[in-house]
Design a protein around this ligand. Structure first.
Ligand code: AMP
Ligand code: MG
Length: 421
């Protein structure tokens, strides 16, 4: 299929859908997994929380010192400088002082050590002159309760620490451990089955014959799905035969919540994906006003959600990031979040015809003056996979744009928004 505007309108009954409309339709249509499982905390990394977690303790559980220094009573900080106090003992992290600090006394205290009874303020050791069992300091420079971490300052007993739908990253594992939670209910992993279609596709390890290319999409998809934290089955390469495509569809539908294919969604003679979806399942839409990635089929196959990604490698990756990944997150129970998109100055002119939203590939960096700037990766053909590898962001050009001049402001979406660098 070529990409000329005339081709977009070849079938007037099939109006092109905008990227926003397409994404919204997808998010409205996909079901959220209903099964949960109980996991040990470590195994829950990159999973989605299925229940609220309420703390049964205060964190920190006791008032403690934020500094290495001396615990004192603020009411002793009166009179002229220096103020003198007598050292009565020490409190170490994990080894509290049992007694009480009384008027005129102080206690040596370390970071994380329990504040002793009677004391309410900590002096940094650098602010103190010590002479044997006496310390001296300037009382005018002390504030009440300084350098003290109060009990429950981070989390209070009864407080909801995390809500369902939270994707559990390293910080969440630490946070859950800090409130003593060792097991957690999460959504089960999404099951994905995928295959490539195309008689020209050859597996790596086999020399290429004339007309053949290596199947790169299955490897890119392997990476995309691994990063997305799903369970997946690679069903291989399916030839461009109606019966073979049908069989692969049936097999994939039995094993997965989500079926992905690449290739065969255009209107060429050997493109059987769209018609097979129409025959065995339900097609929701299959043409988007975007470049690359216009032929994208979305629908249902039995109980599975179906995406027919375009065969061109860049188109397959762009449509995965823009549509499949949000759908995976939704289906996996994750809370919705807005894409990370911001403005940058474009350092080169960019060609574009009006009509379709474009996802050009860019290299984003801070300029010498401290602002974000983005430059093109060069050739933008949907077959130029190197453009994805060179890039660290998409340059988002709205449908109505008819190109960008050097120095113009453009919107960018860093790849880090997808969990990759
Ligand atoms: P199709 O969507 O099947 O019309 O394919 C569009 C273009 O993408 C053609 O040039 C195909 O050879 C190429 N293509 C399709 N599938 C793959 C794949 N799995 N890996 C690399 N290129 C592919
Ligand atoms: Mg094909």
């Amino acid at each position: 299929m070529n990409d000329t505007p005339a081709d977009c309108c070849a079938d007037p009954s099939q109006k092109l859908l905008s990227v926003e409309q397409g994404r919204q339709r997808i998010l409205d249509a996909v079901p959220v997994i209903s099964d949960h499982e109980q996991l040990h905390l470590r195994a829950a990394l990159n999973r989605v929380l299925a229940e609220p977690v309420v703390s049964t303790i205060d964190v920190p559980p006791f008032a403690n010192s934020a500094m290495d220094g001396y615990a004192i009573r603020y009411e002793d900080c009166t009179g002229t400088s220096p103020c003198t106090l007598t050292l009565i003992g020490e409190s170490f992290a994990g080894a509290p002082y049992a007694g009480e600090v009384k008027a005129g006394q102080c206690l040596r205290i370390m970071t994380g050590a329990v504040m002793p009874a009677g004391a309410d303020t900590v002096l940094m050791q650098e602010a103190v002159e010590r002479d044997g069992e006496q310390i001296q300091f300037d009382p005018a420079r002390v504030k009440a309760e300084q350098h003290v971490r109060h009990a429950g300052e981070d989390t209070r007993t009864g407080q909801t620490v995390l809500e369902p739908g939270k994707l559990l990253g390293p910080a969440e594992l630490g946070l859950l451990a800090s409130v003593g939670v060792g097991e957690i209910r999460v959504f089960r992993k999404l099951r994905v089955a995928f295959f490539s279609t195309g008689d020209e596709l050859t597996s790596i390890g086999t020399p290429l014959q004339n007309g053949q290319i290596y199947d790169s999409n299955r490897y890119a998809l392997h990476g995309l799905l691994s990063n997305a934290g799903v369970d997946f089955h690679d069903l291989g390469v399916i030839p461009d035969r109606r019966e073979a495509v049908r069989d692969a569809f049936r097999q994939a539908a039995t094993m997965a919540d989500l079926v992905l294919t690449s290739g065969g969604v255009s209107v060429g003679e050997a493109d059987f994906v769209t018609e097979t979806l129409e025959e065995l399942g339900e097609i929701n839409f299959w043409r988007m006003a975007m470049k690359p990635g216009k032929p994208l089929a979305f629908g249902k196959l039995d109980d599975a959600v179906f995406f027919g990604l375009p065969g061109n490698p860049v188109s397959a990756m762009v449509t995965f990031y823009q549509f499949v990944l949000p759908a995976i997150r939704r289906m996996s129970g994750a809370q919705a979040r807005d894409p990370l998109v911001f403005e940058a100055r474009c350092t080169n002119p960019l060609k574009k015809g009006p009509g379709r939203m474009e996802f050009q590939r860019g290299i984003l960096q801070r300029s010498a003056d401290g602002n974000w700037e983005v430059s093109t990766t060069g050739l933008q053909g949907s077959h130029v996979l190197r453009s994805m590898s060179l890039a660290n962001c998409f340059i988002l050009l709205p449908a109505e744009s008819s190109g960008v001049g050097e120095g113009d402001s453009v919107l960018v979406q860093p790849f880090s928004d997808f969990g990759v660098s």
